[in-house]
Ligand binder design. Structure first.
Ligand SMILES: Nc1ncnc2c1ncn2[C@@H]1O[C@H](COP(=O)(O)OP(=O)(O)OP(=O)(O)O)[C@@H](O)[C@H]1O
Ligand SMILES: [Mg+2]
Length: 256
């Protein structure tokens, strides 16, 4: 089993879209996947068809009460092999509440022990912040997958992002590695985007995925129906891109 956090402290770069669709394709390709939504916005949860405000067992209960992991996992009805720990706005106060707790950075890590037999991959959707929720996700993970939009500001955020990963690696999780960098909403016809992509490649090298994700309105529409792109419009450009990304991810991880 491998645990991957999808993280970039910059907002709106495609973390959640990548989480929903990468996780769904990996699951549809026959691997058992658990998605953990650790973002109070709960976009991954609603995007996978969860009525997030009607949930009693969410990431909040998992982190801040005696609730066990088995009690907060539910199956994603429409996607075979996919399960989720949902979240909602309850989690908004968690950063502060966590700050008073012992082992405040390792609560998620400790809570998700014992799932090795049940899942091949756990994929965690992080909020756009560097607070304790994100630190919990990174501490619990083997790797970080970084979605990047190829804009000028992407480059400015990198040093902060790397600093955070290094900080967690040093103090809390020495095994943490970078899984890869995914270029999102990418348009190679635009010069600036190509330039930024080149800079990202020279910085991250092989870690940049060959398959990038184009801007595709179908990807933005699917969440309002509570389904991944694979079920909403499997022939859309965005669907093909995420399916190919899932293949590349699986190839890197399973060597086939
Ligand atoms: N490839 C794409 N093509 C078109 N729209 C996209 C694409 N990827 C993401 N979007 C849209 O861009 C917006 C931001 O994407 P998303 O929610 O995935 O980013 P995020 O990094 O999770 O944001 P946040 O930091 O708020 O959690 C959403 O409205 C989403 O539907
Ligand atoms: Mg998000």
């Amino acid at each position: 089993m491998k645990i991957v956090s999808i993280f970039n402290q910059k907002g709106g770069v495609g973390k959640t879209t990548t989480n929903i669709n990468l996780a769904s394709y990996i699951a549809l390709k026959g691997h058992k996947v658990l998605v953990i939504d650790i973002d109070p916005q709960g976009n991954t949860s609603s995007g996978l068809g969860i009525e997030k405000d009607q949930q009693e067992n969410t990431t909040y209960e998992l982190l801040l009460s005696e609730t066990k992991i088995g009690e907060v996992i539910q199956k994603v009805e429409k996607v075979e092999n996919l399960s989720i720990v949902p979240s909602n706005m309850d989690l908004a106060g968690a950063d502060l509440e966590l700050s008073y707790m012992e082992n405040r950075e390792s609560i998620l890590k400790n809570k998700i022990q014992g799932l090795e037999e049940e899942f091949d991959f756990i994929i965690i959707d992080c909020p756009p912040s560097l607070g304790l929720l994100t630190i919990n996700a990174l501490t619990a993970s083997d790797t970080v997958l970084i979605p990047m939009q190829c804009e000028y500001y992407a480059l400015e955020g990198i040093s902060q992002l790397i600093k955070t990963v290094q900080k967690v690696k040093k103090g809390l999780n020495k095994n943490l590695e970078i899984e890869g960098v995914v270029l999102t909403m990418f348009d190679p016809r635009r010069n600036l985007q190509l330039q930024v992509a080149e800079e990202l490649k020279s910085y991250f090298g092989e870690l940049v995925y060959e398959n990038s994700i184009p801007r595709n309105v179908r990807l933005a529409e699917a969440p309002s129906f509570g389904i991944p792109i694979a079920l909403y419009d499997s022939r859309a450009k965005g669907a093909e891109a995420y399916s190919d990304l899932a293949d590349e991810f699986l190839r890197k991880n399973l060597g086939r």
